[in-house]
Write a protein that binds this ligand. Structure first.
Ligand code: LLP
Length: 446
């Protein structure tokens, strides 16, 4: 393990300075250092790596429970259901756990519907969002009896009316409204401002409600919104909720009567670095009085808030290299495993699984993967403690949009997923194999 320790550029000095925000990150995640070793869900991460190899995603079930509990508490006094956003982490064991806690699911595809149902969630507790649902997906949703099909355009609504009529089955519709509220976040994940591709524009909501009323199989059950993801400011949430409640109040007679639910979407932001995460107490103070006054049943679609801090990506240092003044730490996890840093320039804190040598200083390094692109990195030019070949690193806040956005680029099988709970670890998705990657192309030669 000691081989190849990078000593260049080491500053003489005191112990490695832990950035102040790291304590908060550890607390959010439920990570601890015990005797210099990172412990997650009561399990040493080095033990997980020994058992399951690297790269590997590790999820703390106690942290998932705790984060779910925080949201339940924030909505105390409001009749509600938390519909976990499957797109951020669709692992069946994670969905089963959340189902046991009382969660439903927010889905965006037939594949995610299959996941939610397989995890035991009743179809009635599922909300189906998405701008481009295919006809076959609408058929499946109506057949399964999905709780709310949230339509995002008049054209989709017309198709849904046809589908339900053809099947002779009722369906409850939510109209996802574009509330035209600007929220501060990465432009790729802002969804509620005027002109975004999401939701029914404000001035078309009345027409859409009329259409639902005229379709014998359809009932308008909800107005829905989702203004974007990783939002840490309360004001745009409150503004959008207010707008959607006003829209509901303005609905014509029957539509207003049947619209007993408000789906206020997901998007609550977490701490990745030193930013202030969404303040739940402030959120509760701003949003809950509005919700209570509306008298509606409330649906919340959080993903990242619950799962983000509950996951780490474990990776091992393969090589160290110096090039043109840059110190490279080459690890076995690439952008195919965790795309967020290269796709959004997102910051994920990276910490050694075994604490760095006492007295060693941090020096800038780029932590990069094996994928053949310069854009394959986990961190760029970041103060990093001395590491050696074979060392384990934990990439934090990787429980949401980590594995679910992983690909097999460079013919790299996707990593396993491991649950840690009560001091034990358990494989909840095994590592993909190269044979599996080849399977869909086999047996086709004529
Ligand atoms: N509801 C709807 C309709 C959504 O589109 C989303 C996320 C959510 C709920 C859950 O949002 P959350 O609570 O997780 O913020 N891949 C990006 C995030 C994309 C979010 C897409 N929609 C990332 O890695 O940051």
């Amino acid at each position: 393990m000691g081989e190849g320790v990078l000593t260049e550029g080491r500053r003489a000095g005191g112990p490695v300075a832990m950035p102040a925000y790291r304590d908060a990150l550890f607390e959010d995640a439920g990570l601890e250092r015990v005797g210099g070793e990172l412990v997650f869900g009561g399990v040493r991460l080095s033990e997980v790596a020994a058992a399951h190899g690297t790269p590997a995603y590790v999820y703390s079930f106690p942290t998932l429970r705790r984060r779910f509990g925080l949201l339940t508490a924030a909505l105390d006094g409001v009749p509600h259901r938390i519909c976990f956003s499957v797109k951020c982490n669709g692992n069946l064991a994670v969905l089963r756990l959340l189902h046991e806690l009382g969660a439903g699911a927010d889905i965006v595809s037939g594949g995610e519907l299959a996941r939610a149902l397989r995890a035991g969630m009743p179809a009635a507790h599922v909300v189906f969002s998405g701008v481009g649902k295919r006809e076959a997906e609408l058929v499946r949703a109506v057949e399964a009896g999905v709780g709310f099909i949230n339509v995002e355009s008049v054209a989709e609504l017309e198709l849904l009316a046809d589908v339900a009529a053809r099947l002779g089955r009722p369906a409850t519709v939510g109209i996802r409204v574009n509330p035209e509220v600007q929220a501060e976040t990465h432009p790729y994940i802002s969804t509620g401002k005027r002109g975004d591709k999401f939701g029914v524009p404000l001035d078309v909501v009345g027409e859409a409600a009329e259409l639902v009323n005229r379709a014998p199989q359809l009932t308008l059950g909800a107005l829905a919104m989702h203004i974007g993801s990783q939002i840490v400011d309360v004001a745009p949430f409150a503004a959008a909720v207010e707008r959607v409640i006003a829209l509901r109040d303005a609905l014509p007679g029957r539509a207003r009567e049947t619209t007993r639910a408000l789906d206020i979407g997901g998007g609550l932001g977490i701490r990745y670095r030193d930013e202030a995460p969404a303040d739940l107490a402030a959120w509760r103070a701003a949003v809950v009085p509005l919700l209570r006054a509306s008298g509606c049943f409330v649906l919340l679609e959080p993903g990242r808030f619950i799962a983000g801090p509950a996951g780490v990506l474990l990776t091992r240092v393969e090589y160290l290299k110096q090039s043109g003044g840059t110190r490279y730490v080459i690890v076995d996890a690439g952008k195919n495993d965790l795309v967020r840093p290269s796709y959004y320039r997102a910051w994920h804190e990276i910490v050694p699984v075994r604490a760095a040598v006492e007295g060693a200083a941090e020096t800038p390094a780029s932590v990069v993967g094996p994928v053949c692109e310069t854009g394959d990195f986990l961190a760029l030019d970041r103060d990093t403690p001395p590491v050696a070949r074979g060392d384990l690193l934990a990439v934090l806040c990787a429980g949401a949009y980590g594995f679910s956005m992983a690909s097999t680029y460079n013919a790299r099988p996707r990593p396993p997923e491991v649950a840690v709970d009560g001091g034990a670890h358990r494989l909840i998705r095994r590592r993909e194999t190269v044979d599996e990657l080849l399977q869909c192309e086999e047996g086709l030669e004529s």
